[in-house]
Design a protein around this ligand. Structure first.
Ligand code: ATP
Ligand code: MG
Length: 465
């Protein structure tokens, strides 16, 4: 018998007092049966959404009609949220995304039969804990198998997201996929193609957030989902690399993503690791010695990653961060770098991005050799960058000891010329931080102006000859 948290028993009592049934369903039951902590509680009931709302509103609880069209309301109870859905069946999935008709069902068994996988089609009656398992989901959980409820072809044909969910669960839980279920994925790709980008993104995020994302992506490749969703990544297969690289571009990218996941690094770093070399198949060329080159792949990769992330409607913050990390991932530090070069590197990357860029490079290095790089391979650059930052020497225009206003006071006209001068002053200060004092900068600016005045400016609208 499973342990039932007190809060679920309290909720069940409210249903019972109105003569209604309540069942814990979905991921919570699956996770409890796996011996894991359940993270969110979904309940199913024979009460209609209006009845559920009335029951809880009467007790002063807030009820939010989150998915009222599908029979779902969210109830806030003792500091937690519960999604409560009326037993339902679904039929006629005409667009491959959403059922055309949602009808209420009479029994929990009927409700379970519309669910995707046997492991997700188990209910636990509250408050006592009787388990309802019409599709032998418990045995599948025990054997670590993901299997569709009923015919896989039919189930994936009804809702094209299910095949992606299947691969996502395999990646998250480390389960294998039943043969017939797996075989149905390539046959229903055209249905998956119709699914809204946001729903697919949520699944991709869960794969990337799993302990070993490569499991999910390799299953996607094997079933054609990778080509359907991320053709740019699928194209990296068999793009071989020289110079210390042990893997083709696809395996290298997946390994980098796994490394970032294994270390618990932020989502943006994992995305950047996955896509950092995505420009390589596009710029791949052969030089005169017959060696493959990938010149400027980081620029091409940044542009492609921007397309991909926009296609999946990622937020602008995520897009900007990932694209920037990819664009900057090819820095080649050596001790010969002057302090000015280190300062320029910091400005180009941006101080806030440095920790994640170092992580990305670490993942990249790991995925090149297939083994951890020496732990201090980035330390010389990191040390120098933090020294430069500690010295608080000017690193951006706003750190200069003068501003545009000081230049205007020098009789320099308001307009683009101010920007040009500030830029040159910053360049000078990057070379020699000692110059960052008001009098010195004003003196340099004055000289620049004198020089500009002596050089005749071309006419604004040169006559065509
Ligand atoms: P998790 O929340 O851990 O990602 P979950 O199994 O709870 O996993 P949810 O998306 O929260 O997944 O859905 C709750 C339940 O609803 C599932 O367990 C499943 O029974 C059912 N379900 C969700 N999406 C679908 C779908 N596309 N087709 C059929 N049933 C689904
Ligand atoms: Mg859930």
């Amino acid at each position: 018998m499973l342990f039932i948290p007190r809060i679920l028993k309290d909720i069940a009592l409210i249903f019972a007092e109105s003569g209604k049934q309540s069942f814990l369903v979905g991921g919570a039951v699956r996770d409890m049966l796996r011996g894991e902590k359940a993270h969110d509680f979904d309940l199913a009931t024979d009460a209609t959404p209006e009845e559920v709302a009335a029951m809880f509103c009467a007790l002063g609880r807030s009820v939010i009609p989150t998915g009222i069209k599908h029979g779902t309301v969210t109830v806030r109870f003792k500091g937690e949220s519960f999604e409560i859905t009326t037993f339902r069946t679904e039929s006629e999935y005409r667009d491959g995304r959403h059922p055309e008709k949602v009808a209420y069902a009479g029994t929990i068994e009927e409700d379970l039969s519309r669910r995707d996988f046997t492991m997700n089609a188990i209910a636990m009656e509250l408050p006592k804990g009787r388990v309802v398992d019409p599709f032998n989901g418990r045995a599948d959980i025990q054997n670590g198998v993901i299997r569709c409820v009923g015919s896989p072809l039919e189930r994936f044909g009804e809702d094209g997201l299910r095949s992606l969910r299947c691969v996502r669960f395999a990646s998250q839980l480390g389960f294998s996929i039943d043969k017939e279920t797996l075989a149905a994925i390539p046959q229903t790709l055209s249905i998956t193609a119709k699914v809204a980008a946001e729903r697919k993104r949520d699944e991709l995020d869960k794969i990337i957030g799993s302990r070993k994302p490569s499991t999910g992506f390799l299953l996607m490749e094997q079933t054609g989902l990778l080509h359907e969703l991320l053709p740019e990544l699928a194209m990296c297969r068999n793009v071989g690399q020289k110079g210390g690289h042990r893997f083709d571009v696809l395996d290298h990218s997946l390994l980098a993503c796994d490394f970032a996941a294994e270390n618990g690094w932020p989502h943006e770093v994992r995305l950047a690791a996955l896509f950092h070399d995505i420009g390589k198949p596009v710029v791949c060329a052969m030089n005169e010695f017959g060696v493959r080159t990938f010149y400027r792949h980081e620029r091409e990769g940044a542009a492609l990653a921007k397309n991909i992330l926009s296609r999946f409607r990622y937020s602008n913050t995520v897009i900007d961060t990932v694209v920037h990390l990819i664009k900057e991932h090819m820095f080649q530090y050596d001790e010969e770098w002057s302090d000015a070069a280190v300062r320029r590197f910091i400005i180009r990357v941006g101080e806030a991005y440095l920790p994640n860029l170092y992580k990305l490079r670490h993942a990249d290095a790991f995925a090149t050799a297939g083994e951890p790089p020496s732990p201090d391979f980035l330390t010389p650059l990191m040390d120098r960058a933090s020294r430069v930052l500690d010295e608080k020497k000017a690193l951006s225009r706003k750190d200069l000891a003068i501003s545009g206003k000081d230049l205007i006071a020098l009789d320099i006209k308001h307009g683009p010329r101010i920007g040009v001068i500030l830029h040159e002053l910053l360049e000078a200060v990057l070379e020699d931080p000692e110059l960052n004092a008001k009098e010195k900068l004003l003196e340099i600016a004055g000289k620049m102006e004198d020089r500009a005045r002596q050089t005749p400016t071309p006419p604004a609208n040169p006559q065509k000859t």
